[in-house]
Design a protein. Sequence first.
Length: 233
Amino acid sequence: MNCFLYNSSVGKKLVMSISGCALVLFIIFHMSMNLTALFSAEAYNMICELLGANWYALVGTAGLAALVVVHFVYALILSINNYRARGAQRYAVETKEPGVSWASKNMLVLGVIVLVGLLLHLSHFWAKMQLVEILGGHESEVGGQMIAATDGAALIQYTFSKWYNVVLYLIWFVALWFHLSHGVWSMFQTAGFANDTWYPRLKCLANIVSTLIFLGFAAVVVVFFIKAQCGCC
């Protein structure tokens, strides 16, 4: 099984699909959690406290980190293998292939942008919340003042009051939309659902899932930015 998952192209794609599916489920959960902040700071902070340095949250965080590493490493391996397999063909003039989306031909680039955005997100939130608790602290300095490591609502409020953070996060969300719009469909394709009947349905489903995720994350960023400009926070 280990040889199949590493040496076979189908095996690598299967690993990509399984890890990608798990990450998509987490992204949906994270997006839903963030939407809570639009309606109740107290409810959002209660969730943040539950997902602090508790043992189950730490196990989940370690598992997610492993999934991200596996997904990215296998994507890199597949991209290198595909590049080598094309050989001299990669120097030929490219023509637009019917049915091949821009996202499908640029998944590695999109993945790198998504990864950079993830690192930015970790520096803005995880490093000031769960990591602080892991290190034995209870507060972190944000904008010249100390806030509780479980006060995620205040952290969202401060982070998205800065226009440059809003721009960076929206770029990240756009890259995530493109990545997911192909990735979700590709995940089902690898599982064997890509036939003439299911192909258009799965493409539609992938676009719906990607759009809902984009709108959910973007709504939080934009609404908190508008509130900051209006002095509503």
